[in-house]
Write a protein that binds this ligand. Structure first.
Ligand SMILES: NC(=O)c1ccc[n+]([C@@H]2O[C@H](COP(=O)([O-])OP(=O)(O)OC[C@H]3O[C@@H](n4cnc5c(N)ncnc54)[C@H](O)[C@@H]3O)[C@@H](O)[C@H]2O)c1
Length: 423
């Protein structure tokens, strides 16, 4: 169940259908193409993850969702302009068969959008109960469910008293507390129904004590926020490399131009602030200036996003990185990533749905609330209170693979490897 049926969502659903029909390959999806090594290197045993794990099969996936705009998914995919007409025509009947349900929406939280198909109710609790009914109806047609927010970025919100406990949150819904954004209503509805919730956007949704409490109570997993797709993915590769070699970083300027609806929403300062906060956290955590003041204490980190309509979904992300080496001699690195936003995001959304469904079926994981092992996918990973989040892509990848081995009762891999040398 996808909340928001725009560019990322239609690219996900159209992509899954194209793959099911044998028209394309699931490039970028770890669950579909990735392997996992089991045992020693000399065992030469690296099955495909989808053969090793009891994941839902693509053929068994059924999609539905909500949006503030009407029309079917074929029309939505045409509007998004990510996939070409040739691909869309081949799966047109399937896309035309899916229409979004009316949304829980309030323009206060996404200023640049004016919705046409919106639920009305006497208060936020009432809206959330309507969402629960939608989920209950879908439960009758399917065996298991996952809810994923592929909706627009909401305005920046700080956690307040209403987010501190489930009781306060439920009272806040009755009182229309302004701290409760629509995304939180969907999350509450999903978790209350015992269903995992994934947040692909940077807004404050499940990373609050109230949702953590609800998630643990209902055995309905939650995870981080904001898909780590383009520029931040590259950052989480480069920054650990600099740190691993003890190279200093004095400045990192990241700018983006994009022209899709996401870009339009982010053109509003309140939504941009949400994205900015989500993008800024990573360098501090990876580089640990408190441990390496000579290398990273004076790092100047700046992130800009500019709405530039001619580009559509084809984003360009430039990074200028000022680094320094032996005796403090300065060097520069320039990265210009000409990417496609939704092409990068869709396989992440798929993997997260399949992995969160697996987490919900795994007794040792489902009662934990936050699934930190899925940090691999997020710009802003979530972690237990008092534990710093892990941003380094390679640590995230190892952690995820070890968790998958743990789920299946396999030995964890430490990479020590002394036994290969008689140690
Ligand atoms: N594509 C990427 O690389 C990427 C990476 C990280 C995060 N994201 C985030 O994913 C989200 C989706 O991106 P997109 O490009 O698909 O945007 P989009 O504008 O094409 O789609 C978002 C959809 O959400 C709908 N929506 C907004 N509020 C809603 C609500 N309350 N209920 C139901 N529907 C609602 C909008 O009508 C729109 O159709 C954005 O928040 C974006 O920041 C995208």
């Amino acid at each position: 169940m996808t909340v928001g049926m725009g560019a990322v969502c239609t690219t996900l659903i159209a992509g899954v259908e194209a793959i099911r029909k044998g028209l394309a390959k699931p490039i970028g999806s770890l669950t579909q193409m990735g392997t996992i090594r089991l045992g020693k290197r000399t065992d030469a045993n690296s099955p495909l993850m989808r053969d090793f794990l009891p994941l839902a099969k693509l053929d068994d996936l059924v999609f539905t969702g909500w949006d503030i705009f009407g029309g079917n998914l074929y029309d939505a995919a045409k509007t998004a302009q990510v996939l070409d007409n040739e691909t869309l025509e081949k799966i047109r009947p399937y896309l035309e068969s899916i229409e979004p349900m009316p949304a829980a929406f309030d323009q206060h939280y996404v200023k640049r959008l004016t919705g046409t198909r919106i639920k009305s109710g006497k208060n936020k609790r009432d809206l959330a109960e309507q969402l629960r009914k939608d989920i209950q109806a879908f439960k009758k047609k399917t065996d298991r469910q996952v809810v994923i927010w592929t909706g627009s970025t909401e305005i920046f919100l700080e956690p307040t008293a209403v987010h501190q406990s489930l009781a306060a949150f439920e009272k806040g819904m009755e009182n229309n507390d302004p701290g409760i954004a629509p995304s939180q209503l969907y999350a509450w509805a999903a978790l209350t129904e015992g269903i995992p919730f994934i947040n692909g956007a940077p807004n404050l949704t499940v990373d609050i004590p109230a949702m953590n409490e609800l998630s643990r109570k209902m055995n309905a997993p939650i995870c981080g926020r904001d898909f780590k797709t383009g520029q931040t993915l590259i950052k989480s590769v480069l920054a650990p490399a600099f740190k691993a070699r003890m190279l200093g970083v004095s400045g990192w300027f990241s700018t983006n131009i994009l022209g899709n609806r996401d870009g339009e929403v982010l053109d509003d300062p309140a939504s941009f602030k949400t994205k900015e906060e989500s993008k800024l956290g990573l360098l501090q955590t990876i580089l640990q200036p408190e441990l390496y003041p000579d290398l990273y204490k004076s790092l100047y980190h700046k992130v800009r996003i500019n709405y530039y309509p001619p580009r559509g979904d084809s984003k360009e992300g430039w990074d200028n990185i000022d680094i320094f080496g032996w005796l403090g001699y300065p060097m520069q690195l320039k990265v210009d990533f000409l990417c496609r936003d939704s092409i990068l995001a869709a396989p992440l959304a798929l993997d997260l749905c399949l992995f969160m469904d697996l987490a919900a079926r795994t007794p040792s994981l489902r009662g934990l609330g936050i699934q930190e092992w899925l940090s691999f996918y997020f710009k802003a990973p979530d972690s237990a209170p008092g534990v710093y989040p892990e941003h380094d892509l390679f640590i995230q990848s190892m952690k995820m693979k070890n968790t998958l081995r743990h789920i299946m009762g396999e030995d964890l891999i430490t990479h020590l490897g002394l036994d290969y040398y008689g140690g």
